[in-house]
Design a protein around this ligand. Structure first.
Ligand code: ADP
Length: 372
Protein backbone atom coordinates (compact mmCIF):
# COMPACT_ATOMS: atom_id res chain seq x y z
CA UNK A 1 0.00 0.00 0.00
CA UNK A 2 1.53 3.33 -1.00
CA UNK A 3 1.28 6.04 1.61
CA UNK A 4 0.43 9.57 0.59
CA UNK A 5 3.31 11.80 1.65
CA UNK A 6 1.35 14.59 3.28
CA UNK A 7 -2.28 14.54 2.28
CA UNK A 8 -2.92 17.78 4.17
CA UNK A 9 -0.40 19.89 2.28
CA UNK A 10 -0.54 20.55 -1.42
CA UNK A 11 1.46 23.27 -3.28
CA UNK A 12 5.00 23.98 -2.18
CA UNK A 13 4.52 27.72 -1.83
CA UNK A 14 2.45 29.56 0.69
CA UNK A 15 -0.84 30.43 -0.93
CA UNK A 16 -2.41 33.87 -0.89
CA UNK A 17 -4.97 34.12 1.86
CA UNK A 18 -8.36 34.29 0.17
CA UNK A 19 -11.56 32.31 0.57
CA UNK A 20 -10.98 30.89 -2.94
CA UNK A 21 -7.46 29.67 -2.19
CA UNK A 22 -8.61 28.20 1.12
CA UNK A 23 -11.46 26.38 -0.60
CA UNK A 24 -9.05 25.13 -3.25
CA UNK A 25 -6.74 23.78 -0.54
CA UNK A 26 -9.66 22.16 1.30
CA UNK A 27 -11.03 20.59 -1.88
CA UNK A 28 -7.82 18.55 -2.17
CA UNK A 29 -8.18 17.03 1.31
CA UNK A 30 -9.93 13.70 1.54
CA UNK A 31 -12.52 12.40 3.94
CA UNK A 32 -10.90 9.49 5.82
CA UNK A 33 -13.99 7.30 5.57
CA UNK A 34 -14.76 7.52 1.86
CA UNK A 35 -11.53 8.78 0.34
CA UNK A 36 -13.52 11.48 -1.42
CA UNK A 37 -12.94 15.23 -1.16
CA UNK A 38 -14.10 16.78 2.13
CA UNK A 39 -15.70 19.64 0.20
CA UNK A 40 -17.55 17.33 -2.21
CA UNK A 41 -18.91 15.42 0.76
CA UNK A 42 -20.09 18.68 2.42
CA UNK A 43 -17.90 18.12 5.46
CA UNK A 44 -16.48 21.63 5.65
CA UNK A 45 -18.86 24.52 6.25
CA UNK A 46 -19.13 28.07 7.63
CA UNK A 47 -15.80 29.20 6.19
CA UNK A 48 -15.11 32.80 7.16
CA UNK A 49 -11.99 34.96 6.88
CA UNK A 50 -11.60 38.20 8.86
CA UNK A 51 -8.26 40.03 9.09
CA UNK A 52 -6.30 36.83 8.66
CA UNK A 53 -8.47 34.91 11.12
CA UNK A 54 -9.86 31.81 9.45
CA UNK A 55 -12.80 30.03 11.03
CA UNK A 56 -14.48 26.91 9.70
CA UNK A 57 -16.43 23.85 10.76
CA UNK A 58 -15.04 20.39 10.05
CA UNK A 59 -17.35 17.38 10.24
CA UNK A 60 -16.06 13.83 10.46
CA UNK A 61 -18.28 10.77 10.63
CA UNK A 62 -18.32 8.43 13.63
CA UNK A 63 -16.71 5.84 11.33
CA UNK A 64 -13.54 7.96 11.40
CA UNK A 65 -13.66 8.50 15.18
CA UNK A 66 -10.73 6.15 15.99
CA UNK A 67 -8.33 8.29 13.89
CA UNK A 68 -10.07 11.65 14.29
CA UNK A 69 -7.60 13.15 16.78
CA UNK A 70 -4.58 12.70 14.51
CA UNK A 71 -6.54 13.61 11.39
CA UNK A 72 -7.73 16.88 12.96
CA UNK A 73 -4.22 17.77 14.10
CA UNK A 74 -2.83 17.10 10.59
CA UNK A 75 -5.70 19.03 9.02
CA UNK A 76 -4.91 22.04 11.22
CA UNK A 77 -1.15 21.95 10.71
CA UNK A 78 -1.69 21.51 6.95
CA UNK A 79 -3.68 24.77 6.88
CA UNK A 80 -1.09 26.61 8.97
CA UNK A 81 1.74 25.43 6.74
CA UNK A 82 -0.09 26.27 3.55
CA UNK A 83 -1.17 29.72 4.73
CA UNK A 84 1.67 31.05 6.85
CA UNK A 85 0.07 34.51 6.95
CA UNK A 86 -2.90 33.24 8.98
CA UNK A 87 -3.14 35.29 12.17
CA UNK A 88 -5.58 32.96 13.82
CA UNK A 89 -7.32 29.68 13.05
CA UNK A 90 -10.48 28.39 14.68
CA UNK A 91 -11.76 24.96 13.71
CA UNK A 92 -15.10 23.85 15.11
CA UNK A 93 -15.39 20.09 15.17
CA UNK A 94 -18.73 18.40 14.65
CA UNK A 95 -19.96 14.93 13.83
CA UNK A 96 -20.97 14.60 10.20
CA UNK A 97 -24.03 12.42 10.03
CA UNK A 98 -23.84 9.85 7.24
CA UNK A 99 -25.83 6.67 7.92
CA UNK A 100 -24.64 3.34 6.53
CA UNK A 101 -26.21 2.10 3.32
CA UNK A 102 -27.55 -1.41 3.02
CA UNK A 103 -24.86 -3.85 1.92
CA UNK A 104 -25.20 -7.09 0.07
CA UNK A 105 -28.41 -8.79 -0.86
CA UNK A 106 -29.41 -9.32 2.75
CA UNK A 107 -29.62 -5.59 3.39
CA UNK A 108 -27.42 -5.30 6.47
CA UNK A 109 -26.66 -1.66 7.31
CA UNK A 110 -22.95 -1.57 8.15
CA UNK A 111 -20.16 0.47 6.60
CA UNK A 112 -17.28 -1.86 7.38
CA UNK A 113 -17.48 -5.57 8.14
CA UNK A 114 -14.36 -7.15 9.57
CA UNK A 115 -13.86 -10.86 10.21
CA UNK A 116 -11.36 -11.76 12.92
CA UNK A 117 -9.78 -15.14 12.27
CA UNK A 118 -6.89 -17.35 13.27
CA UNK A 119 -5.32 -20.61 12.21
CA UNK A 120 -5.50 -22.18 15.66
CA UNK A 121 -7.74 -21.95 18.68
CA UNK A 122 -6.47 -20.48 21.93
CA UNK A 123 -4.34 -17.74 20.38
CA UNK A 124 -6.62 -14.96 21.69
CA UNK A 125 -8.74 -14.44 18.55
CA UNK A 126 -12.01 -13.86 20.46
CA UNK A 127 -10.25 -11.63 22.99
CA UNK A 128 -8.83 -9.51 20.16
CA UNK A 129 -12.22 -9.45 18.35
CA UNK A 130 -14.01 -8.30 21.52
CA UNK A 131 -11.29 -5.75 22.34
CA UNK A 132 -11.40 -4.34 18.79
CA UNK A 133 -15.19 -3.96 18.96
CA UNK A 134 -15.09 -2.34 22.42
CA UNK A 135 -12.19 -0.07 21.46
CA UNK A 136 -13.89 1.13 18.27
CA UNK A 137 -17.03 1.84 20.31
CA UNK A 138 -15.04 3.66 23.00
CA UNK A 139 -13.51 5.86 20.29
CA UNK A 140 -17.01 6.91 19.24
CA UNK A 141 -17.97 4.55 16.41
CA UNK A 142 -21.20 2.56 16.15
CA UNK A 143 -20.23 -1.08 16.50
CA UNK A 144 -21.84 -4.50 16.59
CA UNK A 145 -20.22 -7.88 17.23
CA UNK A 146 -21.28 -11.20 15.80
CA UNK A 147 -19.88 -14.40 17.22
CA UNK A 148 -19.60 -16.77 14.27
CA UNK A 149 -17.41 -19.15 16.27
CA UNK A 150 -20.30 -21.58 16.51
CA UNK A 151 -18.01 -24.40 17.71
CA UNK A 152 -16.86 -22.44 20.76
CA UNK A 153 -18.84 -19.22 21.17
CA UNK A 154 -16.96 -17.23 23.81
CA UNK A 155 -18.03 -13.64 23.07
CA UNK A 156 -20.90 -13.68 25.63
CA UNK A 157 -18.42 -14.80 28.33
CA UNK A 158 -15.78 -12.23 27.36
CA UNK A 159 -18.31 -9.39 27.33
CA UNK A 160 -20.20 -10.56 30.41
CA UNK A 161 -23.56 -10.69 28.65
CA UNK A 162 -26.21 -13.39 28.69
CA UNK A 163 -29.88 -13.85 27.88
CA UNK A 164 -31.91 -15.06 24.97
CA UNK A 165 -32.48 -12.77 22.02
CA UNK A 166 -36.20 -12.06 21.54
CA UNK A 167 -38.00 -11.96 18.21
CA UNK A 168 -40.19 -8.96 17.35
CA UNK A 169 -43.48 -8.84 15.43
CA UNK A 170 -41.58 -8.55 12.11
CA UNK A 171 -39.71 -11.76 12.87
CA UNK A 172 -36.49 -9.80 13.43
CA UNK A 173 -34.14 -10.96 16.18
CA UNK A 174 -33.31 -8.36 18.82
CA UNK A 175 -29.61 -8.81 19.61
CA UNK A 176 -28.38 -8.76 23.21
CA UNK A 177 -27.21 -5.31 24.25
CA UNK A 178 -23.76 -4.76 25.78
CA UNK A 179 -23.68 -1.10 26.84
CA UNK A 180 -25.11 0.06 23.53
CA UNK A 181 -23.32 -2.55 21.42
CA UNK A 182 -25.52 -5.19 19.75
CA UNK A 183 -24.18 -8.72 20.23
CA UNK A 184 -25.26 -11.97 18.56
CA UNK A 185 -23.86 -15.37 19.40
CA UNK A 186 -24.88 -18.99 19.20
CA UNK A 187 -23.89 -18.97 22.86
CA UNK A 188 -27.21 -17.22 23.58
CA UNK A 189 -29.18 -20.00 21.91
CA UNK A 190 -27.68 -23.18 23.35
CA UNK A 191 -26.96 -24.21 26.95
CA UNK A 192 -23.32 -23.52 27.88
CA UNK A 193 -22.38 -27.16 28.41
CA UNK A 194 -24.08 -28.53 25.31
CA UNK A 195 -22.26 -29.37 22.09
CA UNK A 196 -23.86 -28.86 18.71
CA UNK A 197 -22.91 -30.92 15.71
CA UNK A 198 -23.08 -28.60 12.76
CA UNK A 199 -23.88 -29.79 9.29
CA UNK A 200 -22.89 -27.48 6.42
CA UNK A 201 -26.42 -26.29 5.50
CA UNK A 202 -27.27 -25.70 9.19
CA UNK A 203 -24.18 -23.56 9.61
CA UNK A 204 -25.04 -21.58 6.50
CA UNK A 205 -28.60 -21.11 7.79
CA UNK A 206 -27.50 -19.94 11.25
CA UNK A 207 -24.99 -17.42 9.90
CA UNK A 208 -27.51 -16.12 7.35
CA UNK A 209 -30.07 -15.62 10.13
CA UNK A 210 -27.56 -13.83 12.32
CA UNK A 211 -26.80 -11.40 9.52
CA UNK A 212 -30.12 -11.05 7.74
CA UNK A 213 -32.71 -11.45 10.48
CA UNK A 214 -31.06 -9.48 13.28
CA UNK A 215 -31.91 -5.84 14.01
CA UNK A 216 -28.32 -4.62 14.00
CA UNK A 217 -29.27 -0.98 13.48
CA UNK A 218 -27.00 1.47 11.68
CA UNK A 219 -23.39 0.33 12.17
CA UNK A 220 -20.02 1.80 11.33
CA UNK A 221 -18.32 -1.52 12.07
CA UNK A 222 -19.54 -5.07 12.40
CA UNK A 223 -16.87 -7.28 13.93
CA UNK A 224 -17.25 -11.00 13.24
CA UNK A 225 -15.45 -13.49 15.46
CA UNK A 226 -14.71 -16.41 13.15
CA UNK A 227 -14.16 -20.04 14.12
CA UNK A 228 -10.46 -20.95 13.88
CA UNK A 229 -9.13 -22.59 10.74
CA UNK A 230 -12.02 -23.90 8.73
CA UNK A 231 -13.21 -22.25 5.56
CA UNK A 232 -16.94 -23.06 5.51
CA UNK A 233 -18.11 -20.00 7.44
CA UNK A 234 -15.72 -17.73 5.56
CA UNK A 235 -17.23 -19.04 2.33
CA UNK A 236 -20.79 -18.46 3.56
CA UNK A 237 -19.91 -14.92 4.66
CA UNK A 238 -18.21 -14.07 1.40
CA UNK A 239 -21.35 -15.18 -0.46
CA UNK A 240 -23.68 -13.14 1.74
CA UNK A 241 -21.96 -9.82 2.32
CA UNK A 242 -19.11 -7.75 0.94
CA UNK A 243 -16.63 -8.09 3.77
CA UNK A 244 -14.14 -5.25 4.07
CA UNK A 245 -11.57 -7.83 5.06
CA UNK A 246 -10.18 -9.96 7.83
CA UNK A 247 -7.73 -9.55 10.67
CA UNK A 248 -5.61 -12.59 11.49
CA UNK A 249 -4.56 -13.16 15.09
CA UNK A 250 -1.60 -15.41 15.85
CA UNK A 251 1.04 -16.04 18.46
CA UNK A 252 4.74 -15.67 17.59
CA UNK A 253 5.91 -19.30 17.57
CA UNK A 254 6.40 -21.23 14.36
CA UNK A 255 3.64 -23.84 14.85
CA UNK A 256 1.04 -21.08 15.27
CA UNK A 257 2.42 -19.03 12.39
CA UNK A 258 2.19 -21.97 9.99
CA UNK A 259 -1.53 -22.21 10.72
CA UNK A 260 -1.94 -18.44 10.40
CA UNK A 261 -0.40 -18.63 6.93
CA UNK A 262 -2.97 -21.30 6.03
CA UNK A 263 -5.77 -19.10 7.40
CA UNK A 264 -4.57 -16.20 5.24
CA UNK A 265 -4.47 -18.43 2.21
CA UNK A 266 -8.02 -19.64 3.01
CA UNK A 267 -9.36 -16.07 3.28
CA UNK A 268 -7.63 -15.14 0.04
CA UNK A 269 -9.20 -18.16 -1.68
CA UNK A 270 -12.69 -16.91 -0.85
CA UNK A 271 -11.69 -13.38 -1.94
CA UNK A 272 -11.72 -11.81 1.53
CA UNK A 273 -8.89 -9.25 1.67
CA UNK A 274 -6.47 -9.49 4.58
CA UNK A 275 -6.44 -6.20 6.48
CA UNK A 276 -3.59 -7.23 8.69
CA UNK A 277 -1.98 -9.53 11.24
CA UNK A 278 -1.89 -9.16 15.02
CA UNK A 279 0.76 -10.84 17.15
CA UNK A 280 -0.88 -11.79 20.44
CA UNK A 281 0.92 -13.16 23.53
CA UNK A 282 4.02 -11.43 22.23
CA UNK A 283 6.33 -11.68 25.23
CA UNK A 284 5.63 -11.16 28.91
CA UNK A 285 6.77 -8.16 30.91
CA UNK A 286 7.24 -9.23 34.52
CA UNK A 287 5.28 -6.80 36.71
CA UNK A 288 7.77 -7.31 39.57
CA UNK A 289 11.02 -6.60 37.75
CA UNK A 290 9.90 -5.11 34.40
CA UNK A 291 12.05 -7.70 32.63
CA UNK A 292 10.73 -9.02 29.35
CA UNK A 293 10.43 -12.78 28.78
CA UNK A 294 9.63 -13.85 25.23
CA UNK A 295 7.76 -16.99 26.21
CA UNK A 296 6.48 -17.87 22.71
CA UNK A 297 9.16 -15.81 20.95
CA UNK A 298 8.59 -12.39 19.52
CA UNK A 299 8.30 -10.71 16.14
CA UNK A 300 7.38 -13.89 14.23
CA UNK A 301 4.06 -12.50 13.03
CA UNK A 302 5.62 -9.24 11.94
CA UNK A 303 8.20 -11.07 9.81
CA UNK A 304 5.52 -13.37 8.45
CA UNK A 305 3.27 -10.40 7.58
CA UNK A 306 6.14 -8.84 5.67
CA UNK A 307 6.77 -12.05 3.74
CA UNK A 308 3.09 -12.37 2.86
CA UNK A 309 2.81 -8.64 2.06
CA UNK A 310 0.01 -8.09 4.52
CA UNK A 311 0.01 -5.14 6.95
CA UNK A 312 1.20 -5.78 10.49
CA UNK A 313 -1.24 -4.09 12.86
CA UNK A 314 0.64 -4.51 16.12
CA UNK A 315 1.21 -6.81 19.05
CA UNK A 316 -0.21 -7.49 22.50
CA UNK A 317 1.99 -9.03 25.19
CA UNK A 318 0.85 -11.69 27.64
CA UNK A 319 -0.89 -9.64 30.30
CA UNK A 320 -2.39 -11.56 33.25
CA UNK A 321 -5.21 -9.00 33.58
CA UNK A 322 -6.37 -9.76 30.00
CA UNK A 323 -6.99 -13.35 31.07
CA UNK A 324 -8.64 -12.23 34.31
CA UNK A 325 -10.95 -9.80 32.51
CA UNK A 326 -11.89 -12.55 30.05
CA UNK A 327 -12.77 -14.90 32.89
CA UNK A 328 -14.87 -12.31 34.70
CA UNK A 329 -16.63 -10.97 31.60
CA UNK A 330 -15.03 -7.54 31.89
CA UNK A 331 -13.03 -7.37 28.66
CA UNK A 332 -13.80 -3.62 28.43
CA UNK A 333 -11.28 -3.16 31.27
CA UNK A 334 -8.51 -4.09 28.81
CA UNK A 335 -9.11 -0.64 27.33
CA UNK A 336 -8.31 1.18 30.57
CA UNK A 337 -5.70 -1.12 32.06
CA UNK A 338 -2.24 0.42 31.59
CA UNK A 339 -0.71 -2.95 30.63
CA UNK A 340 -3.01 -3.55 27.68
CA UNK A 341 -4.79 -0.33 26.62
CA UNK A 342 -1.98 1.17 24.53
CA UNK A 343 -1.55 -2.02 22.50
CA UNK A 344 -5.25 -2.27 21.65
CA UNK A 345 -5.41 1.44 20.78
CA UNK A 346 -2.46 1.01 18.40
CA UNK A 347 -4.12 -1.96 16.67
CA UNK A 348 -7.33 -0.01 16.16
CA UNK A 349 -5.52 3.11 14.97
CA UNK A 350 -3.47 1.13 12.44
CA UNK A 351 -6.49 -0.81 11.21
CA UNK A 352 -8.66 2.28 10.63
CA UNK A 353 -5.78 4.39 9.34
CA UNK A 354 -4.82 1.71 6.80
CA UNK A 355 -8.42 1.64 5.59
CA UNK A 356 -8.42 5.45 5.29
CA UNK A 357 -5.18 5.36 3.29
CA UNK A 358 -6.60 2.67 1.02
CA UNK A 359 -9.81 4.69 0.54
CA UNK A 360 -7.80 7.82 -0.30
CA UNK A 361 -5.72 5.88 -2.82
CA UNK A 362 -8.78 4.44 -4.46
CA UNK A 363 -12.15 6.00 -3.64
CA UNK A 364 -14.74 3.23 -3.55
CA UNK A 365 -17.62 3.24 -5.97
CA UNK A 366 -20.86 4.72 -4.74
CA UNK A 367 -22.92 1.84 -3.39
CA UNK A 368 -26.48 1.72 -4.53
CA UNK A 369 -28.79 0.99 -1.62
CA UNK A 370 -30.60 -2.33 -1.86
CA UNK A 371 -34.32 -1.76 -1.61
CA UNK A 372 -36.57 -3.76 0.65
P1 ADP B 1 -9.29 -18.02 20.83
O1 ADP B 1 -10.49 -17.21 20.47
O2 ADP B 1 -8.16 -17.87 19.86
O3 ADP B 1 -9.60 -19.47 21.11
P2 ADP B 1 -9.40 -16.64 23.39
O4 ADP B 1 -9.60 -15.22 23.00
O5 ADP B 1 -10.59 -17.41 23.88
O6 ADP B 1 -8.70 -17.43 22.21
O7 ADP B 1 -8.22 -16.65 24.45
C1 ADP B 1 -7.76 -17.85 25.06
C2 ADP B 1 -7.32 -17.55 26.48
O8 ADP B 1 -6.16 -16.71 26.47
C3 ADP B 1 -8.37 -16.78 27.29
O9 ADP B 1 -8.32 -17.24 28.62
C4 ADP B 1 -7.89 -15.33 27.22
O10 ADP B 1 -8.32 -14.56 28.35
C5 ADP B 1 -6.40 -15.52 27.22
N1 ADP B 1 -5.65 -14.44 26.53
C6 ADP B 1 -5.84 -14.00 25.27
N2 ADP B 1 -4.94 -13.06 24.97
C7 ADP B 1 -4.17 -12.86 26.08
C8 ADP B 1 -3.07 -12.00 26.40
N3 ADP B 1 -2.58 -11.16 25.52
N4 ADP B 1 -2.55 -12.09 27.65
C9 ADP B 1 -3.06 -12.97 28.55
N5 ADP B 1 -4.08 -13.80 28.31
C10 ADP B 1 -4.63 -13.76 27.08
Amino acid sequence: MTKIKNPFRYGTMTDKLTIESIEKHLSEIKDPETGRGLMTMNQVSDISLNDGHLELTLGLTTHSAPIAKTYRADFESGLRQQFTNLTDLTINHVIHDRPASKVGEIGLTAKTIIAVGSGKGGVGKSTVAASLALGLQQAGSKVGIMDADVYGPSIPQLLGVSGRPSVDENQKINPIDCNGMPVMSMGFMIPEDEAVVWRGPMLHGAITQFLRDTSWGDLDYLIIDMPPGTGDIALTLSQLIPLSGCVIVCTPQKVALLDAVKAISMFRKVNIPVLGMVENMSGFICPDCDKRYDIFGRGGAKDQAEQLTVPFLGDIPIVPSIREHGDTGTTQNNLTNAGSAQYIETLIYNLVNNMATAAADQPPQVQLPVLG
